[in-house]
Design a protein around this ligand. Structure first.
Ligand SMILES: Nc1nc2c(ncn2[C@@H]2O[C@H](COP(=O)(O)OP(=O)(O)OP(=O)(O)O)[C@@H](O)[C@H]2O)c(=O)[nH]1
Length: 141
């Protein structure tokens, strides 16, 4: 497998799993991300992370939902959209760094996939990146 696109719905920081109300949905996504990054058989696979549902995240923050109420490690950081996105982004990055069997580049895109125009642009960039990586592996670039 050359690449995997992993969609993480970051607006879910204040939601609970339908099947187990004790589990925070973002925590569940972190666990899945960690499992994926740890897999030895995917050590050489490029993983592209889409931090998705940014529009819904922004709506929640505008409505006054406090991240630190649901994510205690967020602490006293400012509850604005840029700080929150940066925080989640670095958390996913840290998990990838700590759990990947081999060093891998961290590709992340902040997305709202319902915005089909922006998503098409992002997907073209991702496609280009995957192609370049394949060419590099074949010593053609
Ligand atoms: N506003 C918005 N809606 C989205 C986005 N991505 C997916 N959705 C919508 O969210 C709903 C659920 O889709 P997904 O999250 O892809 O599917 P899922 O993971 O099976 O569903 P959930 O359990 O609700 O997360 C659908 O109605 C999608 O259209 C996004 O970036 N922004």
């Amino acid at each position: 497998m050359d690449a995997i696109i992993f969609l993480a719905p970051i607006s879910s920081f204040d939601e609970r799993l339908r099947e187990d109300r004790r589990v925070n949905r973002l925590e569940d996504t972190y666990m899945l991300w960690q499992t994926l990054c740890s897999l030895q058989m995917l050590a050489k696979t490029q993983i592209v992370l889409f931090l998705n549902k940014c529009d819904l995240l922004e709506q929640k923050l505008r409505a006054g939902v406090k991240v630190r109420t649901h994510v205690p490690s967020f602490g006293d950081r400012s509850n604005d959209i840029d700080t929150v996105k940066k925080y989640f982004q670095s958390h996913f990055k840290e998990i990838a760094k700590q759990h990947s069997p081999e060093q891998r580049r961290y590709y992340v895109h902040l997305t709202s996939v319902v915005d089909t125009h922006s998503t098409a642009v992002t997907l073209r960039t991702v496609e280009d990146g995957i192609l370049r990586a394949s060419l590099r592996r074949a010593d053609l670039l």
